[in-house]
Write a protein that binds this ligand. Structure first.
Ligand SMILES: [Zn+2]
Length: 173
């Protein structure tokens, strides 16, 4: 790194402190040659996540697409956009942790289904019926029954999730 004023590359660090997001470090630096002071921000480089499609080709992971697929599945359902945005972010973070840099399409579908199953049953079934490749109609009927059984055991779980899923200030940024 060079001094922005004189180009000298022998810089002194005066002070280091955590950034407001908790994921970066701000360093106050000084150029001994010209006394110019400036701040640098250091943060962890996030690895680029690729999606391996069914035909074997790769494309960039797109959180917006995940959000959009959930939004469609939640059409006319009482699920807020904020909940879906927070969920899409959580899915991205989960996939990034679990897969490092390449994730198969079906794993994204699974992650979305897992989240939707706790948010809204109807949306979950809609999404699953499109993204999960059902071998037979019986598989589909079985899944609907499972969902109904879980629903009967805890009819308030969607409400709980809705309340828990309100994004924190950090997630909105
Ligand atoms: Zn300088």
């Amino acid at each position: 790194m060079h001094c922005p004023s004189c180009g000298n590359d022998d810089l002194k660090v005066l002070d280091s402190r955590p950034g407001s997001d908790g994921e970066s470090i701000r360093r106050r630096r000084e150029c001994p040659a010209c006394s110019r002071r400036f701040t640098t921000i250091e943060r962890i480089e996030k690895s680029r996540l690729f999606v391996i499609k069914r035909d074997g080709t790769r494309c960039d992971f797109n959180r917006e697409k995940v959000f959009e697929s959930m939004r469609l599945a939640c059409g006319k359902r009482p699920v807020s956009i904020e909940t879906l945005q927070a969920t899409a972010l959580r899915i991205e973070e989960h996939l990034q942790k679990k897969f490092d840099n390449e994730v198969p399409t079906k794993e994204i579908g699974r992650a979305v289904m897992r989240e939707l199953s706790t948010i809204d049953t109807v949306a979950y079934v809609r999404f699953a019926s499109v993204y999960q490749e059902f071998e037979t109609v019986a598989d589909f009927a079985e899944m609907v029954e499972t969902v109904q059984r879980e629903e009967a055991l805890n009819p308030f779980r969607h409400l709980q999730k809705e309340l828990i899923a309100i994004p924190t200030q950090d997630e909105k940024l």
